[in-house]
Design a protein around this ligand. Structure first.
Ligand code: ZN
Ligand code: ZN
Length: 441
């Protein structure tokens, strides 16, 4: 029986030997950015990597998702090491797809090289026989919540029931046999750390309908849907002062005017809104307020508004035990840097949904510059961005499952998940609803 330290050294050596391949995986995926639930090339690429290593996998999960499994020498908890498949629309990014505008401006390409690098290391090192439990490697679709029409269409065709990859993975049972989940997200700088939590949110698609008329000759015959939507936006902004600081409410919208001409009174405007806050109660409260604002815009102009509410992500609970294991394993790779503990963030991730039903973490790893979702978010240190996450994921798995999985078992004993899967699905399914307010008569 080798020592845990020896096993950890071995795996780091193997991952170092494979580092040029792991970097190539990250850079190849950078050059094939695809939007959520459309990551077909990326999914095929991930499957090929598992296939080359002889790691059995399942594909086509939630459209493009992949899950591979490696068993340890004895029974124990099952840990998911995860990476996200999707890019997002940032057409001005230097590696954007010229046709779709999709770009890896959130660094999910490095999540996949990290997850695959960990799989390669764990498979080749022979460490698995010393572990009590097993490891699932998941490539999950569609973390970025956008392209709502495309996803609603997939839902109509019954290809998905939820709008994001991890939500759908939960629904279809991909997490049913999983006890805890870990992923690492790329971040600016050279350090590593964790944010205390992330907001949750609901998504709204509001369709304002008015009546077209000549903008100059006969605006009195028209009903201006753009004015209605603008008033709704002003009302949402006016509500901002009604939130407590700790609710961290962030309500933000965009407009789309499907057929617009400046000399026609706009008859149809689609407004998308994300209603974010720190806890479920505040999200539901903010959602009700937002509906009032949307109705107010339509009421003032005598328009109609159809509000479709769609479940967004749940607030993220970062598991303290997993944070500590991540911290210990990442520190040797960030010399001269302090592991940071950031305050709660107003942004959101569907890792939040996973974190409601099992211990989970969504920490950061540096090696990037610029701002996430910006045109300038790019890798500056390929080793830190692509290779170190592979090592740290593998090292965390070893720590958790070593010695009869003592550390994993103690985390499971100390963590009571906020929700069962059943309750989680009930809440999220209830968050799908639509209502129509017609003030045109
Ligand atoms: Zn993102
Ligand atoms: Zn991201």
């Amino acid at each position: 029986m080798i020592s845990r330290e020896k096993a950890k050294k071995n795996i780091c050596r193997i991952i170092d030997e494979e580092s040029s391949r792991i970097i190539k995986i990250g850079e190849d995926i950078l050059r094939m950015p695809e939007k959520g639930f459309q990551e077909f090339k990326t999914s095929a690429y991930v499957q090929e990597c598992f296939g080359k290593e002889g790691i059995p996998f399942r594909s086509g999960l939630a459209v493009t998702g992949v899950r591979a499994d490696l068993g340890g020498g004895s029974k124990g908890p099952r840990i998911a090491l995860m990476g996200e498949l999707d890019a997002l629309s940032v057409p001005e990014h230097p590696f954007a797809d010229v046709e779709t505008g999709a770009a890896h401006a959130c660094g999910h390409n490095a999540q996949l090289s990290g997850m695959l690098g960990a799989a390669i290391g764990l498979k080749r090192s022979g460490v698995l026989e010393h572990l009590a439990g097993s490891i699932s490697f998941m490539a999950v679709p569609a973390e970025e919540l956008n392209d709502m029409n495309y996803r609603l269409d997939l839902r109509k065709k019954r290809k998905i029931s939820f709008m994001s990859g991890k939500q759908e993975f939960i629904k279809i049972g991909c997490f049913d046999d999983i006890d805890m989940a870990i992923m690492i997200h790329g971040s600016e700088g050279r350090g590593a750390g964790v944010s205390e939590s992330y907001n949750g949110f609901l998504f709204k698609v509001s369709r304002f309908t008015g009546r077209a008329a000549h903008s100059a000759a006969s605006p009195h015959l028209g009903v201006n849907a753009l004015q209605a939507a603008s008033l709704a936006l002003s009302a949402l902004n006016a509500q901002n002062e009604t939130y407590l600081d700790e609710e961290r409410a962030r309500i933000h919208s965009i407009f789309e005017i499907p057929s617009a001409a400046v000399n026609v009174v706009p008859a149809g405007v689609v407004m998308e809104t994300q209603v974010r806050a720190s806890n479920v109660e505040s999200i539901l409260g903010a959602s009700k307020k937002a509906d009032r604002a949307l109705k107010a815009g339509a009421l003032a102009l005598g328009a109609k508004v159809a509000i479709q509410t769609i479940p967004g992500y749940m607030p993220t609970i970062q598991n303290k035990g997993l944070i500590e294991i991540y911290r210990q394993n990442v520190i040797p790779f960030i010399p001269g840097q302090k592991f940071y503990f950031n305050p709660p963030k107003a942004s959101s991730t569907d890792m939040g949904d996973v974190s409601q039903i099992m211990p989970a973490i969504h920490p950061y790893m540096g090696g990037w510059k610029g701002s996430p979702h910006g045109r300038n978010f790019e890798v500056t240190d390929k080793n830190l961005a692509y290779v170190v996450p592979a090592k740290v994921l593998a090292l965390c798995a070893i720590d958790l499952l070593w010695d009869k999985a003592g550390q994993a078992m103690s985390i499971l004993r100390e963590t009571k998940p906020a929700l069962t899967k059943k309750r989680y699905l009930e809440i999220q399914e209830k968050n799908f609803n639509r209502s129509l307010y017609d003030y045109s008569r």
